[in-house]
Design a protein around this ligand. Sequence first.
Ligand code: GLA
Length: 391
Amino acid sequence: MTEKEIKDLLIEGFAREFGDSEGIRLFFAPGRVNLIGEHTDYNAGHVFPCALTIGTYAAVRRRDDRQIRFISLNFEGSRRDSSLDDLTPSNEAGWTNYPKGVVWAFEKRGIKFETGFDMVIYGNIPNGSGLSSSASLEVLTGFMLKNLYNLEVTNTDLAVIGQYSENNFNGCNCGIMDQFASAMGKENNAIFLDTSDLSFEYAPIVLDKAKIVVTNTNKKHKLTDSQYNARRSACEQALTELQTVCDIKGLGELSIEEFEAHKDAIKDEDRRRKAKHAVYENQRTIKAVKALKEGNLEEFGKLMNQSHVSLRDDYDVTGIELDTLAEKAWEIDGVIGSRMTGGGFGGCTVSIVKDEAIEKFKEEVGKEYRNKIGYDCTFYTVSIGSGPREL
Ligand code: GLA
C-alpha cells in the first residue's frame, strides 16, 4: 500500500468508527532493523540500528471528556474503549496496553492529561517479525501526544518514555535500542548509539550496488514469552560478579583483554558465555562502525557474520530458523554479511547483498528454508527512513 492509500484507509476508518473525520491529525513512526550490536543495549554497550520506511500510522483527535478509544485496522475485533482514569495494564486491553502504557508513562513524569482522544492505527510492519512494531507504536503514541497536547519533550525523551512504558507497564525488560531507533531515525543513516549515556552519531549507509535485505523466519516470537528477560538477568548477575574484581557499571565498559583477565570471577560457565557475548559484541560493533566509515564494507560484513555466530554459540538466542537463514546466506557469493537482528528466537535476519546476487539469494535461501523448516520465509528489501512525523 502507498502512503496515500494508508492515509485514505485511516481517514475512512476514523469516520466509520468515530462518526466523522473532522479535525483529525495523522502521524507516523518507523520500525527499525539493527545492523550490528545485539543484546548490548542493556549492558551499557553500543548498538547500530536504523529506522525503516515502514512503521505504524495513526489518525487521532482529542476529545472533551476523559475517554481514550482505540482501534487497529490490522485485525478484527481490535476496538478497545478505556479512560484516562483506568491506566492499568490488563489482558482485556490487549494491544492497547502499548499506547495506554505511554500515556501512563507521561503521567509518571508529571505530565497529566485532562482530556482523552480517539486513535485509529494501521501498521505495515509484518506482525511479530522483530522489526519493532511495538516500539514504533510507543513512539507514535508519544509523538502524537506531544503534538496534540503541545508538550515540551524531545525525541530522545519519547524513546526513554517508550522504553519506560514497555518495561514497567508491559513487562518486557527491553533496552533502549528499538525506541531510540524509531524516535531518532534519519534517512539513509544508521545510528551509532552508546547506550551507557545515550550519546550517538549518525553514520551514512551508502551501499554501492548492494541492498539491505531482511528475511522473516515467519516464526512468531514474543519477547515477554521468550527468554529475553532471563538473558538480561544472567548479564546482570555476571556484572555483579565482575564488580568484585573490576570497577565497572556495565559489561560494555570492558575491553576484550579486561574481560579475559577477569572472567573467572563469573562462577557459572553458561553465564560466563553470555557475558562474553555482551563484551565481544560491543567491541565488534565499535569495530564495525569504524570499518564502515573507512569504506570497508567487506569487514563490516564479516563482523555481522561473527555477531551471528556469537549469538548462536554463546548467547543462545538464534534457533534453527535463524541459523538456517544466516548459514545459507554465508555460502552465497555476493552476500556481504548476514545475521539475526533484534531479540532473536525467531523474527528476522538482516543481510547486505550485492544487487546482482539478490535473486539468487532469495532463491537459494528460500529453498533451503522451506526444505529444512517446512514453511516459507519472506524477503523484504528495506530502505532506511526517518523518525516520527506528522503527515
Ligand atoms: C529487543 C529489545 C532491544 C534489544 C534487542 C537485542 O529488540 O527490545 O532492546 O535488547 O532485543 O539487541
